[in-house]
Design a protein around this ligand. Structure first.
Ligand SMILES: *Cc1c(COP(=O)(O)O)cnc(C)c1O
Length: 474
């Protein structure tokens, strides 16, 4: 059938399936084709077959909606792009968003030493759970826990897979079947399906809402306490702030109320600042402050302001930590050896008083004038090829729910583009891949989160995105 005729048929009867569907090739036919066989050589048969099935399903769906099925070589090309993207695994990207703890891009970049420790642990055997002297079986996170207690003064510590797991474990261990008091202003969603009411429900604890969204008083907690109350939970609102006519009792007040009622006070800090450091605003609670204020148990993430790998850290009273440690969920959410190795390394750096040298903190604290040097260098490198690129002042964000509402003065290069989203997509899919911000006029590359070492790659990637495939790698 002539192409024009097929199109006519398709247009006239958009849902007349049989006509466009008939010419959709089978998975087997494409696998047997010459390009299909070559792809099997490159990616392996299971992956190519899967990619073809997925692509053909999309083509079939589009055909049912009346679209013309594309030619076989285009179907193959789409399937191969999918197979190739899967086969290449995680790809290194340049983060020019200015968001330091970007969850989509893997949150805290590790210092080289910690990354090397993780790689070593991954590659060979390590004394993960054995005492080398006695040969006796130990716990995998003992060293990290010792570093944590020695730095914070907490009685005991426990390390699990991530912050959400730490909170789930705490609630399941201490509050199953009983009530947990939480302020209505703290029933938050962090993103990625982490919602406080859902975690509470999953743990088997019963949520008891206290106060209102903007104001919760100490007396609200007192009057909500019953003999069915397991604990008082405070949650750092992380990525949002209630401003204006708003108030909530301090951690100190809640600790006093909990102590009087003889129930634990558990505080989910979120981002895990170990102690006050320059660059952290006053409303970002630190572990040291929370413990000093009387929290019985605190939980936080390893890959936010602590600057380490994904992990969930629990600190507090020995008797409570021990109840968490013995709970079956603890085994289900344990850390793996590579996490342990990286975390030990990062904690050791904190213990040496060099936490501010961790990549997360050097990025947060770098003076705007220094960031500007890189912005100038990028604009200069693009000059001549691109008239619309210029340096502008902008604001970086810490991200990851840490230091909400605190922008960090920064500098970036804005590139004018008639279709900013298309430009951003070209940058993301280029080589190397670059993530940027989209503005009304174009795209913005915030240089705060781009290391000096990544600058040549960034220049190359931006030129590539601007000029297309035929640009030589110079
Ligand atoms: C980020 C965050 C969590 C979740 O921690 P993950 O390590 O991402 O699982 C929990 N609570 C608060 C307050 C947070 O900010």
């Amino acid at each position: 059938m002539a192409r024009a005729e097929r199109e006519r048929t398709g247009n006239a009867t958009p849902n007349a399936g049989p006509e466009p569907r008939r010419r959709i090739p089978s998975v087997d036919a494409l696998l047997r084709s010459e390009p299909g066989r070559r792809a099997i050589g490159t990616f392996g048969r299971p992956l190519v077959k899967h990619a073809l099935s997925v692509t053909l399903e999309q083509v079939r769906e589009a055909a049912e909606a009346g679209a013309m099925p594309p030619p076989d070589d285009e179907i193959l090309a789409r399937a191969l792009a999918l197979a190739s993207g899967t086969a290449s695994g995680l790809v290194r990207v340049i983060n020019a968003t200015g968001v330091v703890l970007h969850t989509g891009l893997g949150r805290a970049p590790l210092p080289e030493r910690a990354a090397a420790a993780a790689a070593r642990a991954g590659q060979g055997y390590v004394d993960l759970e054995v005492d080398r002297e006695s040969g006796a079986r130990g716990r995998r996170s003992t060293r990290a826990e010792r570093l944590l207690t020695s730095m914070t003064g907490a009685e005991d510590a426990l390390v699990v897979n991530n912050g959400a797991a730490a909170l789930l474990l705490a609630l399941a261990s201490l509050a199953r079947g009983k009530g947990v008091l939480v302020s209505r202003g703290e029933l938050i969603e962090i993103g990625g399906e982490f919602r406080i009411p859902d975690i509470l429900a999953a743990s088997g604890a019963r949520l008891v809402e206290v106060g209102t969204t903007n104001r919760t008083r100490a007396s609200d907690y007192r009057s909500a306490l019953t003999d069915k109350t397991a604990l008082i939970l405070k949650v750092h609102p992380s990525n949002y702030r209630v401003v204006g006519f708003a108030s909530t009792p301090s951690a100190k007040d809640l600790a006093a109320i909990a102590r009087k009622a003889d129930v634990p006070f558990v505080y989910d800090l979120g981002s895990g600042l170990l102690e006050r450091v320059p660059g952290a605003t006053a409303d970002e609670p630190s572990a040291a402050d929370a413990l000093a204020d009387g929290a019985d148990l605190i939980v936080f993430s390893g890959d936010k302001l602590l600057g380490g790998p994904q992990a969930g850290i629990v600190l507090g009273r020995a008797e409570l930590v021990e109840r968490l440690r013995r709970h079956p969920i603890a085994r289900a959410v344990r850390v793996d050896k590579m996490q342990v190795a990286a975390l030990e390394s990062v904690l050791a750096q904190h213990a040496h008083g060099r936490g501010s040298e961790l990549p997360v903190w050097t990025m947060i604290r770098e003076p705007p004038a220094h960031v500007r040097h890189r912005a100038d260098a990028l604009a200069m490198a693009l000059d001549g090829e691109l008239e619309g690129a210029h340096v502008i002042a902008c604001e970086s964000a810490v991200g990851g729910g840490a230091l909400p509402g605190t922008g960090i003065p920064s500098f970036g290069v804005e590139i004018r583009a008639p279709e900013p989203n298309a430009m951003a997509a070209r940058l993301r899919t280029g080589s190397p891949s670059v993530f940027c911000r989209v503005t009304e006029r174009g795209v913005l590359l915030d240089l705060r989160t781009v290391s000096p070492e990544a600058m040549p790659d960034l220049v190359r990637a931006v030129r590539y995105a601007l000029e297309g495939d035929d640009l030589p790698d110079d």
